[in-house]
Design a protein around this ligand. Structure first.
Ligand code: CS2
Length: 481
């Protein structure tokens, strides 16, 4: 199915007035029945999973009910448009626009009753998740942090049977309990957050939460829910007022929820779908048996470089990825980190041939330099203590295990520490502990901060010294690496 409606160059975009709002009259056909429930209705879900579902040849059979996380706003806005929205495909040389119709119901995440009802429906076959890396509430050892205040509060609520959970995990566990009671059978949970081994992470988080509430439910989940691992990719910056004006001018309607994304997209999945799934492969999704090499390629090369640029770039006064990449010092840091990552990605010749790292790196440089995509470093910088565990730590560990220093991966961690001390907009689930650690000085401070990311590395005096020596690289004394 072609989704392209029209295209325009930026110079042609002019604000328009008195236009109709995007509404159900623009829905190309009847609404598909809900067979997918999504948690985390945000821009990335709309530019990625909903976009793939829209393009599947069996899209007419697969509607998505998408739930927001903390706030209802995105659901309210989308519901006004009957779930329809525009994807702006933003290439170097211009935009193209397409209306996506796979979301058939947009719901406030606080409506746990509706969530439980839909998850308990036999027609529901797939639950997709984009709830952010930090929302899995994992400790550095990979297990659920039952002591995290919001997890503990949800566990107390579930145990008392009164009131609705507020975390995505708590809501999902309650909904799965409803499916079990309804006898609606197995289904797949598809984690689409940037975590290594994200299917296992989702399993540990969901089953960890269920176990603390009801061991029988945990056993049912283990036997009936398939946790699919994925690697997801499409750069999707926040939508701005200018983007909305561009949609109006080009499409002739007002859209309160357009989403801007780069032309590139990628989805690799591995796992079972016991109750079926859409033909996402029609839109280019790839199903594999061994996902780890693809996950690591994406998490280390793309997301790793993003985090490095987010901290180094902001310390150097840059705002967007494209600006930071144009700074030779930042580019050099990225290339050195990529060299370290690459040395550990291509373990065998067969994997190296499959992953095509040199071409992947070249493509990343061009994707990152797309100056029409204003991807803000501040957006990427959030939740660093969780992100670094996936993006810097494995490369640093692998380098040291191979007898090398891992200095380029260590530099990402040092830049995060410098950024945490310098920024007044620092956002992190461990922000309080970061602030406490920042009151210490010298190696003690480095050790305390590193322990929040990886306790084993923090116990290694050589790594602490290495990182301490790298702190300040992107500050006043920056010359070259
Ligand atoms: C980014 C990702 O914000 C971040 O941490 O690294 O959102 C990145 O843009 C996507 O994974 C691209 O697919």
């Amino acid at each position: 199915m072609s989704t392209e409606l029209t295209s325009a160059r930026e110079s042609e975009v002019e604000p328009a007035v008195d236009l109709p709002q995007l509404n159900r009259s623009l829905r190309p056909s009847a609404k598909a029945p809900v067979r997918i429930v999504h948690l985390g209705l945000g821009a990335f879900h709309r530019s990625h999973q909903a976009w793939y579902t829209h393009q599947a040849s069996d899209a007419a059979d697969w509607g998505i009910a998408a739930f927001t996380g903390r706030r209802p706003d995105a659901a309210l806005a989308l519901a006004e448009q009957d779930g329809l929205y525009t994807v702006v495909n933003r290439a170097d040389d211009g935009d193209s626009f397409a209306v996506v119709s796979s979301i058939v119901e947009a719901v406030d995440g606080a409506d746990v009753l509706r969530l439980a009802g839909l998850v308990a429906a036999p027609a529901t076959a797939v639950i997709t998740l984009t709830i952010t890396e930090a929302a899995y509430r994992l400790r550095a050892d990979g297990q659920l942090d039952r002591a995290a205040p919001d997890v503990a509060a949800d566990l107390a609520l579930l145990a008392s049977g009164s009131g609705n959970p507020t975390t995505p995990l708590g809501r999902l566990v309650l909904a799965l309990a409803a499916r079990r009671s309804a006898g609606a059978g197995p289904l797949a949970v598809v984690c689409c957050d940037n975590l290594s081994n994200n299917g296992t992470v989702a399993h540990n988080a969901v089953v960890g939460m269920a176990e603390a509430w009801d061991a029988g439910l945990a056993g049912w989940i283990d036997a009936n829910v398939s946790f699919v691992s994925t690697s997801v990719d499409r750069i999707t910056p926040r939508t701005t007022a200018t983007d909305m004006a561009a949609v109006q001018a080009a499409c002739g309607y007002r859209d309160n929820s357009p989403v801007v994304a780069e032309p590139f997209s990628n989805w690799v999945l591995s796992g079972d779908f016991p109750a079926g799934r859409p033909r996402w492969e029609d839109a280019g999704a790839v199903f594999v048996t061994e996902i780890e090499p693809y996950e690591n390629r994406k998490l280390w090369l793309l997301n790793g470089a993003h985090s490095l640029l987010a901290y180094a770039g902001q310390l150097r006064g840059h705002t967007t990825v494209a600006e930071a990449l144009a700074d030779p010092l930042c580019l050099q840091a990225v290339e050195k980190f990529w060299d370290e990552a690459e040395a550990n990605l291509s373990r065998t010749e067969a994997i190296a041939a499959e992953l095509q790292i040199p071409a992947y790196r070249a493509a990343l440089l061009s994707r990152f330099s797309n100056a029409r995509i204003a991807h803000h470093l501040a957006q990427i910088a959030m939740d660093g203590s969780t992100k670094l565990r996936m993006r810097a730590v494995p490369v640093l560990q692998a380098e040291r295990a191979a007898g090398r220093s891992g200095a380029a991966a260590a530099l990402m961690i040092a830049a995060w520490m410098d950024y945490g001390a310098a920024s007044d907009a620092f956002q992190d689930p461990l922000a309080d502990q970061v602030a406490v650690a920042n009151r210490l000085a010298g190696a003690g401070r480095i050790r305390a901060l590193l322990a929040l990311v990886d306790p084993a590395l923090a116990a290694d005096g050589d790594v602490v010294d290495l990182i301490e020596g790298l702190c300040g690289t992107f500050g006043e004394r920056a010359v070259s690496l």
